[in-house]
Design a protein. Structure first.
Length: 138
């Protein structure tokens, strides 16, 4: 079974409209994720923005799509890589990260480490339950 995990990175306001440093940071995460046994890691693609809308280019820069073939095993590894990467980003406070798999969402933010650990554990359990129900069968 192949599933797609979406990773959204928020909180890079310190870069302003200059997306080059943001691209460099997110490319570092992409390279880290490619070291795992994942099928693919790429940026999402989007069509042109509607008139008057904010540029989709900046919105696409801060996201990655990770294609997984073995969700339970790889999901733990992906989240661990994301958390490690988050701790070493440069240019300000660590970014907030949103990880989405199917209908399940995990927000990785600063704050109480014990609370974050509990949220992560709940996310893994919810993803495992959804997979057992066949919620992501393609």
């Amino acid at each position: 079974m192949i599933d797609q995990l979406r990773i959204e990175i928020q909180g890079f306001e310190q870069f302003g409209q200059d997306i080059e440093p943001l691209l460099w940071e997110v490319d570092g995460l992409r390279q880290d994720l490619l070291q795992l046994d994942v099928e693919d890691v790429r940026r999402p693609t989007a069509g042109p923005s509607p008139p008057g809308a904010r540029s989709s280019a900046l919105e696409q820069v801060n996201a990655l799509l990770v294609t997984l073939t073995a969700v339970p095993a790889l999901l733990h590894q992906v989240v661990a890589v994301v958390e490690k990467w988050r701790g070493r980003t440069s240019g300000g406070p660590p970014p907030d990260i949103i990880v989405k798999l199917g209908d399940q969402t995990l927000e990785i933010r600063g704050g109480d480490p014990e609370q974050q650990r509990l949220l992560t554990t709940e996310f893994f359990a919810a993803c495992a339950a959804a997979q057992q129900r066949g919620a992501w069968d393609g």
